[in-house]
Every structure is written in C-alpha cells, then in structure tokens.
Design a protein around this ligand. Structure first.
Ligand code: FAD
Length: 389
C-alpha cells in the first residue's frame, strides 16, 4: 500500500487506521495527478470540472462519513482527509463534493424517508445524480432561520414560492433540497427535481473565489412538488441545523487543505528562488514565515483529527464544531496570505496556485455560517449570553 506523504510534522498518520491511510493515498493520487494540473485553468475560465466527476466517482469516496443505501463507508476522519486533499487540489471541486455529499446527501440521509434514501442516495454516491442545498435567500443569510420562501399544501402537492441565493450546483443539479416555511410557520425541506416548472436558476457571475463551482440565484414561482418529496424528518429549523452543524467540522478540514497547499508551495519556492545570491529559504525572516505557517497547519491538523474522532464517538458538540471552523478558516487566511507574500510577484499568478487558494479561503470564511456567526455560537456557549441581536 502506498503511504500518504505530506505535511505531517507530528506524525498524525501513525494514528490513522490502515483503511484511513488507504483512502488518503487514493484521494491524494487523484488530486496530484488529475486535479492540480487542471485546477487553475478551470478557475480562470470559471468552468466546473464536471468531466472529472466520473473518474472521481470510481474511487468510491463520495459520502462524507454518512450511512445509507449505496454510500461507501468512511470514518469521519477518512471523510475529513478526503475533504482536506480535495481542497489542497482545488477548493471548487472540494466544495462541489461538499454540496453533493455534505449538504444534499446528508439532508436526505438524516431527514429523508426510507423510500427517498433508496431512490436518491446510491445514484448520488455514484455522482450520476447531482444535488444542491438551497437555504440562503437574498434577504436571509446569517439569519437563515428567518427565511421567507413559503410552502403551501394543495391536495397531493406542495407549492413553493420565494427566492434563493448562492446555491452551489443550483443550475446543474438533478435534485435540489429547498428549505421553505410551511403553513405551520416552521421550516421544512423539499426535494425539487430537475425540470420542475417554476424553478428558474441563473449562475452568479463575476466571483473572485471558488470560480470553478457555479452558484445560483434561484426563483421559485408556484413550484409544485409531490407530497412524497417532502423530507419527513425536517419539521423545524432545528432539523436543518442538524445538517449544518454536521458539515462544519468538514469546512475546517477544507481550510486545512488550502493552508497545506499554500505551505507546500511556499516551502518549495523558497528553496528554489535565489535572491542576493542565496535561496530565499536561507534568510531568517523567510524561515520565520515558514515556521509560522507550519505551526498553524499543524494546529489545524490537531483540531481536525480530534473533532473527527469525537464525531466518530458521537461526542462532537455543535460549539466544538463551530470553534474548529473559526480556528481553521482564520488560520487558513493567515497561511495563504503569508505564502502569497513569500512568492513575491509570482504569488499572484494562477500557475503558482497560492493566489487561488488565498481567494478560495474567503468563501470558506463565509459559507455555512460566517466567522462572526460561529464566534457568536461559541461565545453564547462560554457566557450563557446570546449576542446575535
Ligand atoms: P450576511 O448574513 O449579510 O452577513 C454579512 C456580514 O455581517 C458578515 O460578516 C456576517 O458575519 C456579519 N453578521 C451578520 N449577522 C451578524 C450578527 N448578528 N453579529 C455580528 N455580525 C453579523 N447557501 C446555501 O444555502 N447553499 C449553498 O450551496 C451555498 N453556497 C455558498 C457558496 C459560496 C461561495 C458563498 C459565498 C455562499 C454560499 N451560501 C450557500 C450562502 C452562505 O451560507 C452565506 O453567504 C452565509 O451564511 C452568510 O450570509 P450572507 O452572505 O447573506 O451574509
């Protein structure tokens, strides 16, 4: 078995299971051989690398640690390593899989009926069917709990009206999990299938982050959904929150992947690039920056492995996951910025990768609950005082 190599200063790989190391090596090879060489081009063209999906599906790694029909069994740690490696290659590709498995498949696995799970999950795990997760609205981002899209029962159907914004894969998906307020005033979830009249999605143009995944503005006008497409387990926003809190630790792994890429590129560059007759790596200030990056990456690794192990034991709390996300996205912003600086002018060229990671981390800092919102969640836990309003 090939052993994964990479930044692992505290030899965390030694504590992984054989299966986790196998998964890591498998995704790492895909990332280095197939994703890294093309990622910059897709990013620059703002194109989604959909042609890579079939090959990636053959690795049988889509599932994000979920249980359900047709889903390959991965430990939370293995799922985290997958997210980390994909993000080390390309944040857009990692986010595409995060939307697919982390959000859309998780909504069905956690809150769907047995029939919905059997119908959707195996095909989604094979990436033959793409999913999206439509929670955010033009007027409700951090306060998604106040979402305004409505769901009204009409005979054997529900009728959805409203608008959604920022929805990853919203234009490309075969099924979109749409969150709407029911007649009981509670947030409910619905599976809206491709081609349903009244679902109009358009790509948000001009993104400077995660350019290789398309996000959509969606208009929902009289969208009729059969009653059997309502998620029976989604009875209030608390249920939506179960999906969101389960994905938060995954964002931390993603941020770790971006930081790892930036550190690796900066270390290699500082050894190759000569100024004042010496490699950059020979200057004390440069070594200080490299060690700062390594320290941050190593701290993120420890957080990530620990949160995943807690999740495997059913002991990871919402606030621990929030702290992991805050810590990781903050550190990733620092590490990618330091790496960009170390590459000088080349640091802003896509061919050197670091600028893309630096830009992509900005989306992770914001999506699935901003840094400030995660901080407020932890702050409320520490003090017992909610400071959201
Ligand atoms: P706002 O809520 O308007 O926040 C703006 C600023 O105000 C932020 O700094 C925020 O922290 C701060 N703020 C807000 N409230 C408070 C407060 N009480 N106290 C202090 N500060 C506060 N959503 C989906 O449903 N599905 C997706 O697939 C999806 N994909 C996304 C992909 C990308 C690339 C991006 C950028 C977003 C995506 N989102 C998606 C939406 C994402 O979850 C929201 O952008 C995020 O929750 C923040 O909402 P907002 O952008 O409306 O910002």
């Amino acid at each position: 078995m090939s052993t994964p190599t990479g930044v692992d200063y505290f030899d965390l790989a030694a504590d992984l299971t054989e299966e986790e190391r196998r998964v890591w090596a498998s995704v790492r090879a895909f990332v280095d051989e197939r994703l890294v060489p093309v990622a910059g081009g897709y990013w620059e063209r703002a194109e989604m690398p959909l042609d890579l999906l079939k090959e990636y599906a053959s690795l049988e790694l889509v599932g994000d640690g979920l249980e359900g029909p047709g889903i390959p069994r991965l430990s939370h740690t293995a799922a985290g390593l997958v997210t980390m490696e994909l993000s080390r290659g390309d944040g857009s590709f990692a986010t595409l899989l995060g939307v697919q498995a982390g959000l859309a498949m998780r909504s069905i696995a956690f809150l769907g009926s047995e029939e919905q799970k059997r119908r959707w999950l195996p095909a989604m795990a094979r990436l033959e069917v793409l999913g999206a997760f439509a929670l955010t609205e033009p007027d409700h981002g951090s306060d998604a709990v106040a979402l305004a899209t409505t769901a009204r029962r009409d005979g054997d159907e529900y009728v959805l009206d409203g608008a959604k914004r920022w929805i990853g894969l919203g234009t490309a998906c075969d099924v979109c999990v749409v969150w709407a307020r029911g007649e009981d005033g509670q947030v409910q979830g619905f599976l809206v299938e491709r081609g349903t009249p009244g679902y109009e999605a358009s790509v948000i143009e001009g993104k400077a982050s995660l350019r290789a995944i398309h996000n959509a503005d969606i208009r929902l006008e009289g969208v009729r959904v059969p009653a059997e497409n309502k998620l029976p387990g989604a009875r209030s926003f608390r249920d939506t929150g179960l999906v969101l809190s389960a994905t938060r630790a995954g964002i931390a792994w993603g941020a770790l992947g971006h930081a790892t890429a930036a550190y690796e590129v900066a270390l290699a560059y500082s050894l190759e690039r000569t100024q004042f007759g010496k490699p950059l790596a020979s200057f004390q200030l440069v070594q200080d920056k490299l060690v700062t990056m390594l320290a941050e990456v190593t701290a993120m690794q420890l957080y990530c492995v620990r949160t995943s192990r807690l999740a495997e034991q059913g002991r990871l709390t919402d606030t621990q996951a929030s702290l992991a996300k805050v810590n990781a996205t903050r550190k990733a912003r620092t590490v990618t910025a330091v790496a960009r600086d170390l590459l000088g002018g080349n640091g802003i060229l896509l061919e050197h990768r670091v600028a893309r990671h630096m830009a992509d981390v900005e989306a992770l800092h914001t999506y699935e609950g901003t840094e400030s919102i995660q901080t407020l969640i932890v702050g409320r836990h520490l003090t017992g005082i909610g400071a959201f309003t």
